[in-house]
Ligand binder design. Sequence first.
Ligand SMILES: [Zn+2]
Length: 313
Amino acid sequence: MSQNIIEENKINEVEKNEHSIQQLQNISNSSIIDTQIPILMYHHISENPEKWNYSTISPLKFKEDMLYLKVLNYNTINFLDYINFEQNGIPLPENPIIITFDDGYLSNYKYVYPILKQLDMKATISIVGWSVGRKYHKDGATPIKEHFTWEQAKEMYDSGVIDIQHHTFDLHNSGDDITCGKGIDKMTDENIQDYRQRITGDIVKLKNLIEKKVGNEVIVFTYPYGIYNDISEELIKELGFKVSLTVEDGVSDFSNGLYLLKRINMSHYEPSVKLMKKILRLDRRNEQVPFEDIKNQRERIRKLEQLLELQVD
Ligand SMILES: [Zn+2]
């Protein structure tokens, strides 16, 4: 063997090693879970177009959103799934996403639950304690949006589709009434000790109620109006909550902790296609949203359903 050939072999060997190192790196990179997980925020579903706004959407739009998530290969998880991944190494599906509903409206039971069940997806609903099962305000006369009952909450939870979580027992107030602050905020004339006692009492009350009536572990605290402060964060941690949710727009990196997580509001004013583009962009996925050129919603839904049937086969 001439010197040249020996040199060349050496170079090949080095290149081969470099190549296999590169391959190893590719494998380990792809097995690192992306902990930047989108959380979607919904509230109410209504068939009445006059009600559609930032927090109320049509059943059809919700269905379109869900079909799109499926087609884009998103897999819904709940917060406990993530905690089980982080603490016990239980693997997460690819492209995990979390769907949340606030307030506990009957429309969630009526429209959301069947659609999710049909599509094998899941969601977390944060309920307000006092209004469970009610369609009138505390005065018994002023109509409010109807809320699902404890029995319906339990049925949804037992199905494995819905996780029931905490949106305060009775701190979901606008602040117009001087007898209570806005959301979890401290009232102006209230001292710190009274404040701590008041919100602790409220939070413990609903936590115990959910655990008794529904039977699931309460670990997620959803701040009414997204209002929070240092004291409330300290208290919910002391009370065993592992997650807190705000209404701040965006996607949080779960590896930085599960408190004060951002969410993406799924408003009526933004069509499903636009929201999917936003989710993909925030999730750093450079992909196209199919059927965006189809103007008719029912036609898009039909196409999405066709596509999903093809994928299932
Ligand atoms: Zn709310």
